[in-house]
Design a protein. Structure first.
Length: 252
């Protein structure tokens, strides 16, 4: 396994000898000594090499400084509502899962070769040489809610809001999006959902907390004033008791 990983790193042309190489040998929290091959917990601010073969959960921001190299293998993942930063020549390559609130690439680089990257808040590629590359075999999404389920450390996308991609691509249309003052709902009726039914709209913030709720007699076209919401990403849920439709909105 080690030879295979090192072969991948050499192939990508980004491996060199660093002070310490950290490799996971089990799933768990970043702070568990049993997670790491050498039985020591690495610092969350580091310029070392990290080989993440297992799902691990973080409880504080990860900052990778000059020279850092992070490889998330197909069986590995990093999950936590924290911020990740790649400074200077720090490089992150992932075949697995990365779920964070925020990602900043400042003169560093990230290459998503496979797997899934989910950020619940934002993603910024800043700095002179900040680089983000996403292959078609992987997915990169911003605005999704996720949870790290314990004790199995399974990374579950949007468990709180129970939203999947099919639900998001629903017949619920919202404009303008992004918005500053109000939104207008428009729902395309189907055989099992009529526009003259009683609907309930619920708006959640990105933490999964309810921010707004209202009953609607019709959603053929309905304007809702939301100027009280703070700027950010929200999820709109519309239900008539039989069907549920979701869409994301951004308050500027």
């Amino acid at each position: 396994m080690i030879k295979k990983i090192l072969g991948v790193i050499l192939f990508l042309g980004s491996y060199q000898s660093y002070a310490t190489t950290w490799e996971t040998i089990d799933k768990g929290f970043w702070t568990d000594t049993a997670v790491w091959l050498n039985g020591v917990v690495p610092d969350t601010i580091s310029g070392d090499t990290f080989v993440i073969n297992h799902p691990i959960v973080i409880s504080q921001d990860l900052i990778f400084t000059s020279g850092a190299y992070i490889l998330i293998t197909q069986s590995g993942g990093i999950c936590g509502h924290q911020k990740g930063t790649l400074f200077n020549s720090a490089k992150l390559i992932t075949y697995g899962i990365l779920e964070l609130d925020d990602l900043v690439i400042d003169n560093g680089s990230m290459h998503c070769l496979a797997g899934n990257v989910i950020l619940s808040t934002s993603a910024k590629v800043i700095g002179v040489n900040g680089k983000l590359q996403v292959e078609v075999t992987s997915s990169f999404a911003v605005g999704f809610w996720f949870e790290c389920m314990l004790p199995d450390y399974a990374f579950v996308t949007e468990k709180t809001l129970k939203i999947d991609n099919q639900m998001v691509e629903s017949r619920l249309q919202i404009h303008p999006n992004p918005f500053t003052h109000s939104i207008t709902l428009q729902h395309m009726a189907t055989a099992t959902s009529k526009n003259d039914q009683l609907y309930r709209i619920i708006i959640y913030d990105y933490l999964g907390k309810e921010a707004f709720e209202q009953e609607l007699q019709s959603v053929d076209s309905h304007q809702i004033i939301l100027d009280f919401l703070k700027p950010g990403i929200y999820v709109v849920a519309l239900t008539n008791g039989l069907n549920k439709y979701y869409s994301r909105i951004v308050k500027q």
